[in-house]
Design a protein around this ligand. Structure first.
Ligand code: ZN
Length: 175
């Protein structure tokens, strides 16, 4: 529990100047908290390492956090999961998206849980309050891409996959 609270404080600090893409520009930290909440309270995942990795999952990709920092603060297991769900920002966006589809089947079980929760939360956010300036086609394309990524993950955690399918079923059909 103490490590989990430390991860919340660490992520809140690292993401302190960031906002989500929704029209209301919600605080970024809402997103990692939502992942941990889906995992713990909807899918009943009680692996603390997975919950901590979920809270930290965007710190390397989207802040100045390094792998060495995560290893020092939270240990090598947490850091390894975060690295598995971190895109290489040196690559063009389209290539990063393609690699997620190709590579999702090969990541660890714990990283798959974090990735499933990430996609669940992003689909929910888009269907509830789409990012500012995203036309319907872009929203739909995101749903289709998330579905393709999750195809490589299926068979990992049936309850979490059912939650993903519920979110997927809310694919926007009208602007
Ligand atoms: Zn995320």
């Amino acid at each position: 529990m103490n490590r989990l609270v430390a991860a919340l404080a660490f992520a809140a600090h690292k993401h302190r100047d960031q906002r989500r893409k929704d029209i209301a520009a919600s605080p970024y930290i809402n997103h990692p908290i939502a992942l941990a909440n889906v995992l713990a309270n909807e899918a009943h995942v009680d692996d603390e390492t997975v919950l901590i990795a979920a809270i930290l999952h965007d710190t390397i990709e989207d802040t100045d956090t390094t792998a060495a920092e995560l290893i020092r603060e939270f240990g090598p297991d947490v850091a390894a999961i975060v690295l598995e769900v971190t895109d290489d920002k040196a690559l063009p966006k389209a290539e990063r998206k393609r690699l997620q589809v190709v590579n999702s089947c090969g990541i660890s079980r714990r990283a798959k849980l974090v990735k499933l929760a990430d996609k669940i939360c992003n689909l929910r956010d888009i269907s509830r309050s789409p990012p500012a300036g995203w036309p319907l086609e872009r929203q739909q394309a995101y749903f289709d891409w998330a579905q393709a990524v999750v195809e490589g993950i299926r068979g990992t955690h049936p309850a979490l996959e059912a939650i993903f399918d519920e979110a997927l079923a809310r694919k926007p059909l009208h602007p």
